[in-house]
Design a protein around this ligand. Structure first.
Ligand code: APR
Length: 232
């Protein structure tokens, strides 16, 4: 729906949820330091030891139930007052939605949903934090985490590209841009579209001209709101 407001596309990663107490993946002490990704987040791992995979996601879901949105999630939600905002997140938490963002596309799935192993179109919200062996879909097949594992296709990638291609302004926040195809989205922003990058680290933005806000997400978003005033 055209609102006359300028389209702002926000591409977020684990860093935006770090101040909510959720670990990132590749920082010091990150999730991939603690777990071997091929053992817990791949179709092979699911075939080999589904209960290990379920336990990995149950632990992250339990942590999510204790996490709350932070000022960065709230700032991105507030942007909707002035802009037509599309959030494209690599995160599987629902903190953007909890903060009030109304259009959130989860490229890598959603932790609080489960999916049938017989029919991927059968997706179910999870009430608590546990998904266990023996939890079955309506067709009697085992439920799996509604997560895009390494080596699996990213079903919403085409839709994400369409949204980025229409961006008037793009904001990249809290992602190392080290996982494809998600990281390639930056390249689909129109050439004249300013690209703001909020991250204390150095995401791989390639040779594209960017406006760097070298701060954590919450503080960086305060700067962003001031910088975006001239575009309203
Ligand atoms: N505020 C902003 N950025 C932060 C903060 C913070 N408080 N803390 C860390 N960061 C930054 C880091 O500097 C890094 O650039 O967040 C980024 C986190 O990068 P990753 O840990 O690689 O997380 P992400 O980019 O989301 O990973 C992408 O990899 O494992 C897969 O599917 C998983 O969606 C995930 C994908």
């Amino acid at each position: 729906m055209k609102t006359g407001k300028k389209r702002v596309v926000v591409l977020s990663g684990a860093g935006i949820s770090q101040e909510s107490g959720l670990k990132t993946f590749r920082d010091m002490g990150g999730i991939w330091e603690e777990y071997d990704v091929t053992e817990v987040a791949s179709p092979e791992a699911w075939r080999r030891h589904p209960e290990v995979v379920l336990r990995f996601y149950n632990e992250r879901r339990r942590q999510l139930l204790e996490a709350r949105p932070n000022d960065a999630h709230r700032a991105i939600a507030r942007l909707e007052e002035w802009f037509d905002v599309e959030v494209i997140t690599q995160n599987v938490d629902d903190l953007h939605e909890q903060a009030g963002s109304t259009r959130v596309l989860h490229l890598h799935g959603e932790l609080r949903k489960a999916r049938s192993t017989a029919d991927p179109s059968l997706v179910y919200p999870l009430k608590g934090w546990e998904l266990n062996m023996g939890d079955l879909c309506d067709r009697g097949s085992q439920l799996r985490p509604h997560i895009v594992w390494f080596g699996e296709p990213v079903p919403l990638m085409e839709e994400a590209i369409r949204r980025v291609a229409e961006a008037r302004i793009m904001v990249v926040i809290g992602t190392s841009l080290s996982v494809y195809p998600a990281a390639s989205l930056v390249g689909y922003a129109p050439p004249e579209c300013p690209l703001f990058v909020i991250d204390p680290g150095e995401p791989a933005t390639g040779e594209r001209q960017v406006i760097r806000i070298r701060k954590k997400a919450s503080e960086g978003c305060r700067d962003l709101l001031h910088l975006l005033e001239k575009y309203i």
